[in-house]
Write a protein that binds this ligand. Structure first.
Ligand SMILES: *Cc1c(COP(=O)(O)O)cnc(C)c1O
Length: 412
């Protein structure tokens, strides 16, 4: 990726031509896909790489006794190295899981059961996805540790003074999201981490929503764990990443046990391999890992700098255009937020809004977005969420606004 190319603006027309699903229609309208916070569409580059692999290169990995197995293993580990470079980690610090959800469960179960005890505290925030709440609740119930919550202010920012007050010698781990999947708030994860480390606590960052929108540098953040899903980064489903600092991973017992993660098994005793193999029991999702490797290379070709800049323009246009809709209330107005807009529209139920928009081929999400405590915080049962990717256009947003105007007319 040359510096000169990064300076050129994004060629959205050309990019869209590389996402086949964008060419389809829905209810006789062209698809306007604005649910990117739920999952990203796949570029041809990823689809074709996986197809080519499955057609002629497929074999299981890490058995290594014949040529095609060796080649598949090479491709598999190359993808791991590319993912590691993408987040500024070492390949040995990248564990493949089934998704961000499983990555967090792995840490809560393995690290949590070993290091948490009665009287310890786990800090999460009021804007967490259920995936970063429930696993901690479970391990707290099991160990006697206590779950405490960093509050969120009216704009959707973490109250950092309260965070500082909650932190203490009892805090053993802080688990917060990098970017809120509802509010779009970008949390100051570097500061959060430094403050936690000052108290000797570990830090897990849920990067599911950050990874498609911004350059992530796990060493720069200095967090102990960073998790994300492949499918929100324009890769396949069924695959996620757990980054863990090498020494921290090494201190943790296996989460799932079985084949491929052992050194030696006898019926008396089993010894385990080092990370990441220790956490990758069984046959891994080989084709999906190859696909994620290609997704990462694809994103780097497009350029995260350009993606960030263009998505900021989309967000500004979206906020400006939607703010003119009568009765709209934005949930999440933090400065510097990512390209996610949540809102309510008078008393109209979000599900009615979503259904009406779907009739026009516009896909947005309505509901609690797996963040019920956050809905409670803002006193709403649900919101409508439009989330933008770099393949969305200003015209997509204009279509959304037009649809919303119609909804207001029909329901008032
Ligand atoms: C989507 C999401 C998750 C869960 O990701 P899965 O791919 O469903 O495992 C966790 N946290 C956040 C913030 C998310 O947006």
């Amino acid at each position: 990726m040359s510096v000169i190319m990064e300076k050129e603006a994004l060629d959205v027309k050309k990019i869209r031509a590389g996402f086949p699903e964008l060419l389809r229609s829905v209810n006789a309208y062209p698809l306007v896909y604005l649910d990117n916070a739920a999952t990203g569409l796949k570029p041809s580059a990823v689809i074709e790489r996986m197809r080519a692999f499955d057609m002629l290169e497929y074999a299981t990995v890490r058995r290594g006794s014949y040529k095609i197995g060796e080649e598949a293993t090479e491709q598999f580990e190359l993808a791991r190295a590319d993912v590691a470079r993408f987040i500024n980690a070492n390949p040995g610090e990248v564990v493949f899981t089934s998704g961000a959800t499983q990555s967090i469960n792995l840490v809560a179960s393995s690290w949590g059961r070993k290091f948490l005890k009665e009287g310890d505290e786990v800090l999460v925030s009021a804007m967490e996805h259920h995936a970063n709440i429930v696993p901690w609740q479970m391990v707290c119930a099991e160990t006697g540790a206590k779950l405490r919550v960093i509050p969120v202010d009216d704009t959707g920012e973490l109250v950092m003074d309260e965070y500082a007050r909650l932190l203490g010698p009892r805090t053993k781990i802080v688990a917060v999201t990098h970017v809120s999947n509802v509010l779009g708030t970008v949390n100051p994860v570097r500061d959060i981490t430094a403050m936690a480390h000052g108290e000797g606590a570990r830090v897990l960052i849920d990067g599911a929503q950050a990874i498609p929108h911004m350059k992530v540098d796990v060493r720069g953040i200095d967090c102990d764990f960073y998790v994300f899903s492949s499918h929100k980064l324009y890769g396949p489903t069924g695959l996620g990443v757990l980054y863990g600092k090498a020494d921290v991973l090494e201190s943790m017992p296996p989460y799932v046990t079985g084949g491929d993660m052992i050194e030696r098994v006898t019926f008396e005793k089993t010894t385990f391999r080092k990370a990441p193999a220790r956490f990758e029991a069984g046959t891994p999702p080989v084709t999906q890992v190859i696909g994620l490797g290609e997704a990462v290379r694809y994103i780097q070709r497009v350029g995260l700098g350009r993606i960030e800049e263009y998505e900021r323009e989309l967000l500004e246009y979206g906020e400006r255009t939607l703010s003119a809709i009568p009765g709209i209330r934005f949930i999440g107005t933090a400065p510097g937020k990512a390209s996610i807009i949540s809102f309510t529209l008078g008393d109209i139920h979000p599900h009615d809004i979503v259904t009406a928009l779907d009739h026009h081929g516009v896909a947005v999400r309505g509901g609690h977005h797996c963040a019920q405590p956050l809905m409670d915080r803002f006193g709403v049962p649900a919101t409508v969420r439009a989330s933008f990717a770099f393949y969305n256009t200003f015209a997509d947003i204009a279509t959304l606004a037009e649809g919303l105007r119609e909804v207001v007319e029909v329901f008032s």
